[in-house]
Design a protein around this ligand. Structure first.
Ligand code: ADP
Ligand code: ADP
Length: 233
């Protein structure tokens, strides 16, 4: 089953009257439970493509079907609904709320889903346990290490049981050892049935994925199975 279908996606930014074409015809299909690393030089369009995949921005033209929804034709309100239901985001900067505990941060997406406080806390707790942070549930972000903050962010991304996890440089602020631990968690997420798309410029990080897509100058330069994972699995 296809979860992401992109057909001739183009995106230009307009600076005054001048159009800057950034994505120049992206065509790709990603199947349910794939694990894809998106690579490419700075400025090649990775963030722009991730913003479109995440329904944070719309393409200038082209078709995007996400889990059966034709999102390329949606208005902002509908787009936000699809985004909340279908997608979990993980960012380089963690993007946690500083005054909330780990547990409260993880539970935030459930507030919008209208779930009771007790149930929110139970589900957030079991999610924190899943990422190995059950004993730190009451800590605030500034009392946690970078790796622990990223675990909280991953638990938050998973709490609505989204079909798709999008991660933009999730290990960009972490040391090598912590990065490996975080990538192990992404491996577990993938193994438990989620679809994962992550942006990285590090080959070692991309090597955790099953499929590696390279962008260059707004087009897909290469798209292949990661042979390393092929022999490991
Ligand atoms: P990458 O993530 O691969 O570094 P980006 O998608 O961030 O690439 O950027 C691709 C190009 O689009 C760059 O030249 C960047 O300066 C430009 N760009 C990105 N976002 C905007 C924006 N909001 N407005 C104008 N130009 C942008
Ligand atoms: P990354 O490190 O992921 O490649 P960038 O540093 O290229 O990200 O861009 C960070 C953010 O700034 C992106 O969301 C992008 O849309 C925006 N951006 C990048 N270039 C420009 C630009 N020339 N004008 C306006 N916004 C930009």
């Amino acid at each position: 089953k296809t979860i992401i279908h992109l057909e001739d996606i183009r995106k230009s930014y307009f600076i005054g009257k001048n159009a800057l074409p950034v994505l120049k015809g992206i065509r790709i299909d990603i199947m349910l439970n794939e694990y894809v690393a998106l690579m490419g030089p700075s400025g090649s369009g990775k963030s722009t493509l991730m913003n479109i995949l995440g329904c944070l921005d719309s393409p200038t033209s082209g078709t995007y079907v996400l889990n059966g929804h034709d999102v390329s034709k949606m208005e902002d309100n509908d787009l936000a609904e699809v985004r909340n239901k279908e997608i979990g985001f993980v960012f380089q900067q963690f993007n946690l709320m500083p005054r909330l505990s780990a547990l409260e941060n993880v539970a935030v997406p459930l507030i919008y889903a209208g779930i009771s406080k007790k149930t929110r806390e139970e589900r957030a707790m079991s999610m924190l346990e899943k990422v190995g942070l059950g004993d730190r549930y009451h800590h605030k972000p500034n009392e946690l290490s970078g790796g622990q903050c990223q675990r909280v962010a991953i638990a938050r991304a998973l709490i609505n049981d989204p079909a798709l996890i999008l991660a933009d440089e999730p290990t960009g602020n972490l040391d090598t050892k912590t990065s490996v631990e975080i990538m192990e968690i992404f491996g577990q997420i993938h193994a438990s049935g989620n679809t994962v798309v992550l942006v990285t410029h590090e080959e070692d990080i991309a090597d955790h994925a099953r499929r590696i897509v390279r962008l260059r100058d707004g087009v897909i330069e290469s798209d292949h199975i990661n042979e390393k994972q092929l022999v490991d699995s």
